[in-house]
Ligand binder design. Structure first.
Ligand code: CTP
Ligand code: MG
Length: 214
């Protein structure tokens, strides 16, 4: 069995702001994307990395050890472009904006794919959940609710077919998979596997990356 990592990095990072898109910002001596790619490059279970970049960013990536393709207008389009370049049996689809993904999380996703067509990391919701606007109008039971992370792993043929069949927007690749009826196992995620979304997330990521360096 062969496994590819598909890293989507073609977004513009509008919510995070700044002069360059968030994946190109430097954290603890390396770009966010550099950290993300390295996490998969050093993992023995990953045979190839497919990196999806914005057409304007192609000049920024110079490492020839990865397969580079250009992305599309939204995340789903970028994933589809990336999937076209995957020839491995399995694919782990990951956000470039999650540079703190651990080897243990990658291990768990890969291991679960022995038993299911899809597997993805998540953490159980521990905060109370409210409905409302300026006032609380209701309280949502949090039992059985998870916060989804990436990498989300799939048998490549299955997720490719699911994307081809999917119309409209989807929250992530698990949503696309579920719409196609694929079973997706939940594996234990990691609180530190944050997605850099807003400007304030850089400080937390930098702290965690700095702490993890030898
Ligand atoms: N992504 C992509 N192609 C797009 C949009 C998003 O490859 N057209 C990637 C981003 O680069 C990111 C991941 O999908 O690694 C998760 O998306 P998100 O966190 O929303 O990043 P952005 O879309 O860049 O940020 P924003 O929504 O704030 O503009
Ligand atoms: Mg986005």
């Amino acid at each position: 069995t062969t496994t590819a990592a598909l890293i989507v990095a073609a977004g513009r990072g509008v919510r995070a702001g700044g002069d360059v898109a968030k994946q190109w910002r430097t954290l603890a001596g390396k770009t966010v994307l550099g950290h993300t790619v390295a996490a998969f490059a050093r993992h023995p279970g990953i045979d190839r990395i497919v990196l999806v970049l914005h057409p304007d960013d192609l000049h920024r990536w110079t490492d020839s050890a990865v397969t580079v393709v250009t992305g599309g207008a939204d995340r789903q389009a970028s994933v589809r472009r990336g999937l076209d370049a995957v020839t491995e049996d399995r694919v782990l689809i990951h956000d470039a904006a999650r540079p703190l993904v651990s080897a243990a999380v990658i291990d768990r996703v890969i291991a679960a794919l022995d038993h299911a067509p899809g597997a993805a990391p998540a953490v159980a919701v521990t905060d109370a959940l409210w409905r409302g606007d300026t006032q609380v109008t209701g309280v949502q039971d949090r039992a059985g609710l998870f916060r989804a992370q990436t990498p989300q792993g799939f048998r490549t043929d299955a997720i490719r077919a699911a994307h081809a069949a999917h119309g409209g927007a989807a929250a992530d690749d698990v949503a696309v998979a579920r719409a196609a009826g694929l079973d997706v196992s939940i594996v234990r995620g990691d609180e530190d596997n944050l997605k850099i979304t807003h400007a304030e997330d850089f400080a937390r990521a930098e702290r965690l990356l700095g702490a993890g360096m030898d």
